[in-house]
Design a protein around this ligand. Structure first.
Ligand code: GAP
Length: 465
């Protein structure tokens, strides 16, 4: 079972401190969100899992952290200035502004029960292209209309990797195939952001560019498509809520030869099964497009792509074949925020207790859970019990994220921890003062076990692994 809809997660997030509307005390800021104490932990754990899997557990991937603001020429030669557009339409009647290809996802401002264009009073303008890159100006003397000062917030982290290709190659002494992984913020002035953290103007990407010989690209592309489906399922997401989508030629980004998206069932409440799915990640074969366009001497027949501004040739000398070539790039790109939403939706479970009350359990994988263990005193007015609980919490916290909580009755405290996905609660009671043992309660089974304090850390570490 997973969450019945995104709204369930919005409400849980706000109630328990995962995600809050940004700038809320000033009325909010369209589709911007802040990650609270639990949300930041969950996001960090997702990023850690991705980084460990790619950079630490494999032998062929390096890490990178490039700037959000780069020279404007990066975006000129990457093609984003020219082609990173969405088709925009205005409605003359309701005055709404919508993305032409996403009309199904939004509502008419005058008649929220219909989509724009469906109402007979609707009068949509011709579509026009709207560039999605956020513009800013650099420098103390810059003015809005000074083209020399114009800069962009990056719309994808990938370009920072391509322009550092030679730096990473030369310093790491890598040979093909190898990858470069990066996690960081990206910005897009989306025409129709929405659906909570699904589509926002500021978001975080985890992108890996895998450089390989052109003849290997097809096979390696497929390996990453398979590999990422496994990684996503290791995060606890059920295969029933995942499916692949092959982008059509018309849908492909300007740099891509083939892109396969992994879709998640973000909208299970929709009657039409087709409309329940949306993109969690994309895995693209970007060919040698990016390294060529940023190269000062592209060996491109006809010289169509000559770059007079770059100072570097981003080709690769293959010592095995004695040949210079532009590597192909396979790119698995996934959003932290969309992953977090899918993880929370899939972990959401409602369970009924003995008293017939419905309780929410967030069945997060222990690795992802924001808090691993909550230490709870059964009687908060008994100083010996409180002291013992606080001491246990402090002894656990160097090895795992632990909290102490005495702000309610034990039933309420258990329910609160279940709802935020804490795998274990440790209860200190009167008996603990005598037998030096505590009760460990399992989030998923609600079963309780008596464990000696001297072996508690080992027990928890083994159970969390
Ligand atoms: N470098 C390739 C690239 O950026 P993309 O499909 O546009 O490809 C990759 O973005 C991933 O980033 C998406 O699959 C999605 O998870 C996330 N993403 C893209 N736009 C987003 C937005 N406006 N809000 C939240 N996440 C977004």
């Amino acid at each position: 079972m997973s969450a019945p809809n995104i709204e369930t997660i919005v409400s849980l997030s706000k109630r328990r401190g995962f995600v809050f509307p940004a700038s809320d005390i000033y009325g909010g800021l369209g589709s911007s969100w802040d990650y609270g104490p639990l949300g930041v932990e969950l996001a960090n754990n997702i990023k850690k899992s991705w980084w460990n899997w790619l950079v630490y557990e494999r032998d062929d991937i390096e890490g990178l952290d490039s700037s959000i603001i780069q020279n404007r020429l990066v975006w000129k030669y990457s093609g984003h200035e020219q082609t990173f557009h969405d088709p925009l339409v205005d409605c003359r009647t309701c005055k709404g502004r919508f993305r032409l290809d996403k009309l199904q996802d939004v509502q008419c401002l005058n008649h929220p029960e219909v989509h724009p264009g469906e109402d007979k009073e609707c009068s949509l303008t011709e579509a026009r292209d709207f560039n999605l890159m956020f513009r800013t100006t650099m420098g103390a003397v810059s003015t809005e209309d000074d083209p020399a000062a114009l800069a962009y917030l990056r719309p994808e982290t990938a370009q920072g990797i391509f322009i550092n290709f030679a730096n990473v190659l030369n310093t790491s002494r890598r040979k093909l195939p190898f990858g470069v992984a990066q996690i960081g913020k990206a910005f897009r002035n989306e025409v129709t952001p929405g659906n909570f953290i699904f589509r926002t103007r500021e978001f975080e990407q985890m992108e890996m560019e895998y450089f390989c010989r052109p003849e290997d690209a097809g096979r390696i592309h497929q390996e990453w498509i398979d590999g990422f489906q496994e990684w996503i399922q290791e995060l606890g997401i059920s295969s029933e809520n995942l499916k692949l989508y092959e982008q059509t030629k018309e849908e492909l980004a300007h740099y891509s030869e083939r892109t396969v998206d992994v879709l998640y069932r973000y909208f299970p409440e929709r009657e039409d099964e087709e409309k329940q799915w949306d993109e969690l990640m994309g895995i693209a074969n970007r060919t040698d497009y990016d390294l060529r366009v940023h190269s000062k001497k592209p060996e491109d027949a006809g010289g169509k792509r000559i770059n007079p501004d770059s100072t570097e040739d981003l080709s690769y000398f293959d010592p095995q074949t004695n040949e210079r070539l532009y590597p192909y790039v396979i790119e698995p790109a996934i959003g932290v925020n969309r992953t977090l939403l899918a993880v929370m939706m899939d972990a959401y479970l409602e369970k009924t207790n003995d008293k017939g009350e419905t309780r929410v359990i967030l069945k997060l994988k222990p690795e992802l859970a924001p808090i691993k263990v909550a230490v709870l005193p059964l009687a908060k007015n008994k100083p010996e019990i409180v002291d013992m609980a606080k001491t246990i919490k402090r002894s656990l916290q160097p090895s795992m994220r632990a909290v102490y909580d005495d702000t309610g009755g034990i039933g309420k405290l258990y329910a609160r921890q279940d709802e935020i996905g804490t795998p274990f609660c440790v209860t200190v009671d009167h008996e603990s003062l005598v037998d030096n043992a505590v009760t460990v309660r399992d989030r998923d089974t609600w079963e309780q076990e008596r464990i000696g304090i001297d072996v508690l850390k080992d027990y928890l570490q083994k159970s969390l692994a």
